[in-house]
Design a protein around this ligand. Structure first.
Ligand code: S3P
Length: 450
């Protein structure tokens, strides 16, 4: 089943060494925020390197529906003519965020403190995901919500006409929830305070500061206390979106498991709240080097070189690192299959409410390909077989989840037999150039099941 039209079955065959440069697309999190903050600024924001994946394009369409002008100049260059904080018009259509939890949750926050009513929907995956984690704190501002049972989309939000400032302790480690509250706080008078016990990606805080908002983060015994002064005038920016470390994970992991590989991934964002995966790979014995560490547009950036690593070993992944690598667990479980010994991943309950239940989706596919997996509510263990010993040979379900589809494509590159997915269509949500880019490195991907 695909929410993106006709399913696109895909197969990845064992391949020779992967070599060359992998120019992965722009960061998904920063791309969404560039369009949203651009729409809230007064004047024209210029963006280069925007991810032109379906998730971000849906956010761009939504910003237009709220009255901002969003122009694609080609080649990843975009401009957004914003309407100012509190300037959103009521859209005359339902806002369809497709597959994107980030898109819908950030946009809900952004409109929640304007006196407009908005109905949101998405694809089958998004319409099954929990939204109460966002609408509960938005209710504290005075926002009203009517949705389906279980707090699911489709859902209508009636924004608060006279919003109250809010102090909110985020109960789950979620940058989407934190960001929704901060974005709602933009149009509330006074100070909005968000407290997170575990650090999650901080692009919203960095970018709000860049757009001229008064925002501070203080580490306390209670956690990270983020304070935003409401009703700022946001000033348009020139944004260079770094390449996405979560997309880079796929060519990097392919290079680690395919003998003889040597791949350079230039310009990837290495914000510490996103980089945990690369430290985990190094702990497993991966041959990774960070070249040209530098800062660009307020974000740390480096060129990353990954080489075939024949002696990967299983490890216990520290649970306190989970938030900084939450999107990389699916492909980590593939690398873990090629490592010697068990890789134990704990404190990862959030994986069950992503685009799919990612523990369940990966466990099913790994088992079908001959790899043993144990799992509990918030943990899983992959029993690594060591290099050259992964059987492969199965067709896996991708469950409308781009990262599940790409992970199994990586698995097939070094397995004994090809690995297939029922539907690679969702890959276009975050990494529309995945097939061409991997092929240019030497991967053998075909659109059909083996
Ligand atoms: C994101 C936050 C994370 C992540 C998602 C992008 C963001 O979700 O999984 O892909 O851009 O804020 P949660 O905040 O729900 O953990």
């Amino acid at each position: 089943m695909s929410g993106h039209g006709t399913p696109i079955p895909m197969t990845s065959r064992p391949c020779g060494p992967l070599k060359g440069e992998a120019n992965v697309p722009g960061d998904k999190s920063i791309s969404h925020r560039s369009l949203i903050l651009g729409a809230l600024a007064v004047g024209e924001t210029h963006i280069t390197g925007l991810l032109e994946g379906e998730d971000v394009l849906d956010t761009g369409k939504a910003m237009q529906a709220f009255g901002a002008e969003v122009i694609n100049h080609g080649g990843g260059e975009w401009s957004v003519h914003g309407v100012g904080v509190g300037g959103f018009a009521e859209p005359d259509q339902v806002i369809n965020c497709g597959n994107s939890g980030t898109g819908v949750r950030l946009i809900m926050g952004t409109m929640a403190t304007s006196a407009i009513s908005v109905t949101f929907t998405g694809d089958a995956s998004l319409n099954s995901r929990p939204m109460a984690r966002v609408t509960d704190p938005l209710a504290l501002f005075g926002t009203q919500t009517v949705g389906r049972s279980g707090g699911r989309l489709p859902m209508t939000l009636v924004g608060a006409a006279e919003p109250l400032p809010v102090r909110y302790v985020v109960p789950v480690p979620s940058a989407q929830v934190k960001s929704a509250v901060l974005l709602a706080g933009l149009n509330a008078p006074g100070e909005t305070v968000v407290i997170e016990k575990e650090a999650t990606r901080d692009h919203t805080e960095r970018m709000l500061a860049g757009f001229g908002a008064e925002i501070s983060t203080v580490e306390t015994d209670e956690g990270r206390v983020i304070t935003l002064q409401g009703q700022p005038e946001l000033k348009p920016q020139t944004i260079v979106v770094p390449r996405d470390p979560s997309s880079a994970a796929f060519p990097v992991c392919a290079a680690l498991i395919v003998p003889g590989s040597n791949v350079l991934v230039p310009n990837i964002g290495l914000n510490p709240t996103r980089a945990g995966f690369y430290y985990t790979l190094q702990d497993m014995g991966a041959d990774l080097t960070f070249e040209n560490m530098r800062e660009e547009g307020g974000e740390p950036v480096a060129d990353l070189r990954a080489k075939f690593s024949p002696d990967l070993k299983g490890i216990n992944v520290p649970p306190e690192r989970a938030a900084s690598m939450i999107d990389e667990y699916p492909v980590l479980s593939v690398v873990a299959s090629y490592a010697a010994g068990d890789t134990v991943m704990t404190g990862v309950k959030e994986l069950r409410v992503k685009e799919s239940d990612r523990i369940d989706a990966m466990a099913r596919g790994l088992r079908a390909n001959g790899v043993e997996v144990d799992e509990g509510d918030d943990w899983w263990t992959v029993k690594g077989l060591g290099h050259g010993n992964v059987p492969g040979g199965a067709v896996c379900e991708s469950f409308l989840d781009h990262r599940i589809a790409m992970s199994f494509m990586i698995m097939g590159m070094a397995a004994q037999k090809p690995v297939s997915v029922d539907d690679g269509g969702p890959i276009a949500t975050s990494f529309p150039i995945f097939e061409g880019l991997m092929a240019s490195l030497g991967a053998q991907l075909v659109r059909s099941n083996a």
